[in-house]
Design a protein around this ligand. Structure first.
Ligand code: BES
Ligand code: MN
Ligand code: MN
Length: 463
């Protein structure tokens, strides 16, 4: 173990350069215009795995973008860690708000990152965090300190719902067999407050269309006499929350597990500065479900949010028109025990029932996933805790994350394994936003910490 740190120090400049190269690929899975770039990225990841010391590397075809698989089996009797990550990224728009182009990575110093931060789409979510694992493997292989077997599964459709993964898991159970899954695709509380994500929310994502007349109409000739789909849609959406900001869909909360007072008290111990939170977002007040704190609202409570809404005339100047249609994209974040298929059903039934005469309503489900929880007495959690303690000098705080990684509950169902979420990003990384970045310090700290997870996990698993 003591050769790891010197190896990392000696090679860190190259590790940074390699990540910058990977970030140049515009692997936007949502936009077919980038499909060749996404495929090229898969090949680049495969090469990186080979160079880091994986024996069997394959770019596995799926119905969508390929899954890159690699493994290094030291001894079949030792534990096996499966590392999951994704090489696809979110679309970079709105492009105009980027200080430097999203696929021309640069390092800039900031107040929070005096060591520099890497600015590029995917820097934190998830190329930078995924690449930490490849470099951690290189460190372990080259210093002869890999204590167990490792498998990598790096996919290219995470940001669009991982639709090929379920089939891939079902068809490759043997190949993917493992004792524990390790993922860095979440964040930590602060640079001096390491945390392990112990929960993820589920998701149901739908698109709705309200249709009125069979064409756009003159708003003077017809205004007041026929339903305006945008007016109607706005009213329907507004009715989805009550005065306490609770979701009004009948049955929405039926299966929600309420946390005990003790669990809530424990959660409240995690350091959180509400004033700093508001300041960072330039808001004068937070907003949300009555009776819950900000950290509870964004982690253990289900939500409903409009992600996009459009229709009618949005160009320059004014055009007097009653649009024929109005559209919205709506996401619901879910918590343990809510079933995303059931919630999608409840939403659909309720939303359609809200439609007044004179319009038609269509609801089209996109994708979804279940929520997930890792118990903090699991040996994977304990190994992560010891790893952070070694490299950060302080024990990590267990933290429920508000985001979703639908593959995690699927891993549990299909492969029977628990997942440990060791995120090294920060909320301020601006993932999915313009100017996404990842601290150089965070990147290197991740590479330093991961081998200790391997070490402690192997030790604990051997009993
Ligand atoms: N890495 C994120 C999820 C995440 C980020 C979880 C931070 C917790 C903290 C992932 O890439 C993501 O964006 N997931 C999507 C869901 C997916 C189905 C599109 C999300 O949460 O919106
Ligand atoms: Mn991600
Ligand atoms: Mn993402």
């Amino acid at each position: 173990m003591d050769r790891l740190k010197p190896y990392l120090s000696e090679h860190q400049e190259r590790f940074i350069k390699e990540l910058l190269e990977l970030l140049k690929y515009p692997s936007v899975s949502a936009d077919p215009a980038f499909s060749q770039d996404v495929l090229n990225t898969a090949d680049a990841v495969a090469d990186a795995l080979r160079q880091a010391g994986c024996d069997a590397v394959e770019v596995c075809d799926t119905r969508g973008y390929p899954i890159v698989y690699g493994e290094k089996v030291v001894d079949p009797s030792l534990p096996t860690i499966l590392v999951y990550g994704h090489y696809d990224v979110q679309p970079p728009d709105p492009l105009g708000l980027w200080k430097s182009p999203p696929f021309e990575p640069v390092i800039r110093e900031t107040e929070l990152h005096p060591e520099g931060a890497i600015y590029a789409r995917g820097a934190s979510d998830d190329k930078g965090q995924m690449y930490m694992h490849i470099k951690a493997l290189e460190c372990m292989v080259r210093t002869h300190s890999l204590p167990c077997n490792v498998k990598f599964m790096i996919e290219g459709e995470e940001e669009v719902g991982s639709s090929s993964l379920e089939a891939f898991l079902k068809e490759n159970r043997g190949k993917l067999a493992n004792d524990i899954i390790l993922i860095s695709d979440t964040g930590m509380i602060a640079k001096d407050v390491p945390s392990v994500t112990t929960g993820l929310r589920g998701l149901s994502y739908v698109e709705v269309t309200v249709t009125g007349a069979n064409r756009d109409l003159h708003s003077g000739l017809y205004g007041g006499a026929v339903a305006n789909p945008i007016n109607v849609l706005a009213k329907m959406i507004a009715s989805l929350h009550d005065a306490d900001n609770r979701v009004t869909i009948p049955g929405f909360y039926d299966r929600v597990v309420e946390l005990s007072a003790k669990e809530r008290a424990l959660m409240a111990e995690a350091p959180f500065d509400l004033e700093a939170y508001k300041k960072a977002l330039d808001i004068d007040a937070v907003y949300g479900e009555k009776g819950y704190t900000t950290n509870e609202r964004n982690a253990i409570r289900p939500t409903l949010d409009v992600n996009g809404i459009w229709g009618g005339y949005t160009g320059e100047g004014a055009k007097t028109v009653i649009p024929g249609q109005a559209h919205a994209k709506i996401s619901m974040r879910l918590v343990p025990n809510q079933d995303w298929h059931e919630i999608t059903e409840l939403f659909t039934r309720h939303f359609k029932s809200l439609a007044p005469a004179g319009v038609r309503v269509e609801v089209r489900p996109h994708h979804g996933g279940q929520a997930y929880v890792t118990p903090i007495d699991h040996i994977g959690y304990l190994a992560a805790s010891k790893a952070y303690e070694t490299t950060f000098g302080t024990r990590p705080v267990p933290h429920r994350g508000g985001g979703s990684i639908p593959i995690v509950p699927l891993f549990e169902r299909e492969l029977g394994s628990k997942t440990i979420l060791m995120g090294f990003g920060l909320d301020s990384d601006a993932i999915h936003s313009p100017n996404e970045h990842f601290g150089v310090w965070n990147y290197l700290k991740g590479i330093e910490t991961i081998p200790y997870f391997y070490h402690y996990y192997t030790e604990l698993a051997k009993g």
